[in-house]
Design a protein around this ligand. Structure first.
Ligand code: PMP
Length: 427
């Protein structure tokens, strides 16, 4: 164990998660690779969703950040801020939401918190519909709507939350149903929940593809079917695009577009990779909802000129280089390759995903039981082989999560798949 690990344990709280029995200290990165303090290089198959959506040390972003940091680092409130207005205009235009307004925060948690504040204020109700197995952040309000209990360390929520089926396709009572039957069953469940709610419900919040929950997607169109029910009651729809936004899912720029007949959400939250590692979160939504607060501002750092400069440079890069198309092409090849690798492995229940958001669900061989120990072992073995992976999953962390930077090349996808194949065979 390194001296840094001992110091970390002595000064930081116990629940601060660290991967690996011997945790990695990262020192620098470039492209799709990172290096540790011993000089070892790793192919990064997880950093793309944690923070570094595009590439490590992307020169365009580094330059924009350095220039802005050398000019002015300040708050986003009280004074006009050109990079913030520039980025807000671009996100409003990309959102698909007519007459949109944008509000920036410093994290995804705060973005969802702000969306809940807006929705509950607009609807004068603290009742929220959320999806089973969901993850929305770590503030008091967002843990209260997070369906994945292992990420929700308190039940003392200021919100009344009702959990709806639909986010997890692969397990649970409706798992054996076809797309149309699954959707119909979930709509019935939604109506049932609304019957139980009694009185006004503010909003339904959902991740188009559940991230922390293990990269599970409902059938396309599910949220469109939900929207028809929500509209009958004037309930708002909040799409949490913190993991699914900016083209990661390949076929769509936003995850909600797989449910396009729903139309754009009333509120859409984003974060993580848009700053390519700089802390940007935010909400974009219909003006009527966004303007409902009687407030001054609700974030000091959200929209800071330096993070906005990073966001502008990163967004420009990802649009100019069609990284959504790259996610579709390279992600498509990678998922095919992984399916071929895993076809004969009894420890793999499913390889699933969209674009560069791919999950490999592990089970105890010959059963349907989750296998968190196997997932931890594969993570260790992959690291030994020079590949960093993520973990997730609903009732247990037995899904390997693959979400590399969106610039991943075909050669790197092949290399990562080969390392993962060896790690899986070492089980
Ligand atoms: N929503 C989703 C879907 C997320 O995956 C996360 C982070 N894992 C959050 C919200 C919270 O974002 P942050 O960690 O930036 O607060």
């Amino acid at each position: 164990m390194t001296d840094l690990y001992t110091r970390h344990k002595a000064v930081l709280p116990d629940w601060l998660a660290l991967y690996y029995a011997d945790p990695v200290e990262l020192t620098h990165g470039e492209g799709r690779h990172v290096w540790d303090a011993t000089g070892r290089r790793y192919l990064d198959f997880f950093g793309g969703i944690l923070t570094t959506m595009t590439a490590h040390a992307l020169p365009e972003v580094t330059k924009a950040v350095a220039e802005q940091a050398g000019r002015l680092i300040h708050s986003s409130t009280l004074y006009l801020n050109r990079p913030m207005v520039d980025l807000a205009e671009r996100i409003a235009a990309l959102s698909g939401i007519p007459d949109a307004r944008v509000f920036f925060t410093a994290s995804g948690t705060e973005a969802n918190d702000a969306a809940l504040l807006l929705a509950t204020t607009h609807r004068r109700s603290n009742q929220i519909l959320a999806m089973r197995n969901s993850y929305h952040g770590r503030s008091f309000a967002t843990v209260g709507i997070t369906g994945n209990r292992s990420w929700s360390p308190t039940s003392l929520s200021p919100l009344q939350t009702l959990y709806v089926h639909g986010g997890v396709r692969t397990r649970g009572p409706y798992a054996a149903l076809g797309d149309a039957e699954f959707t119909a069953a979930c709509v019935t469940d939604l109506r049932d929940m609304l019957g139980q709610a009694g009185g006004c419900v503010a909003a339904l919040i959902a991740e188009p593809v559940q991230g922390v929950g293990g990269f599970t997607s409902p059938p396309d169109g599910l949220y469109g079917a939900f929207r028809e029910v929500l509209d009958e009651h004037g309930i708002l729809w909040i799409a949490d695009e913190v993991q699914t936004g900016w083209g990661r899912t390949g076929d769509h720029f936003w995850g909600w577009q797989a449910h396009a007949q729903a139309g754009p959400p009333d509120l859409l939250t984003f974060a993580k990779g848009i700053g390519n590692g700089m802390s940007i979160g935010g909400v974009v939504g219909r003006a009527e909802v966004m303007n409902c607060l009687d407030a001054n501002s609700i974030s000091t750092f959200g929209g800071s000129p330096v993070t906005m400069a990073a966001g502008l440079a990163n967004l420009t890069y990802l649009l100019e280089h069609d990284l959504q198309g790259n996610a579709r092409r390279v992600g498509g090849l990678l998922i095919e390759r992984l399916r071929a690798i895993c076809a004969q492995l009894p420890a793999v229940r499913e390889v699933r995903g969209r674009g560069l958001m791919i999950g490999v669900e592990l089970v105890r061989p010959g059963t349907d039981e989750a296998a968190p120990d196997a997932a931890a072992a594969v993570l260790e073995a992959a690291r030994e082989g020079g590949l960093l992976l993520g973990k997730g999953g609903g009732h247990s962390t037995s899904v390997l999560r693959i979400a590399p930077p969106l610039t991943l090349t075909v050669a790197e996808a092949e290399e990562g798949a080969a390392i993962l194949e060896r790690a899986l065979h070492s089980l």
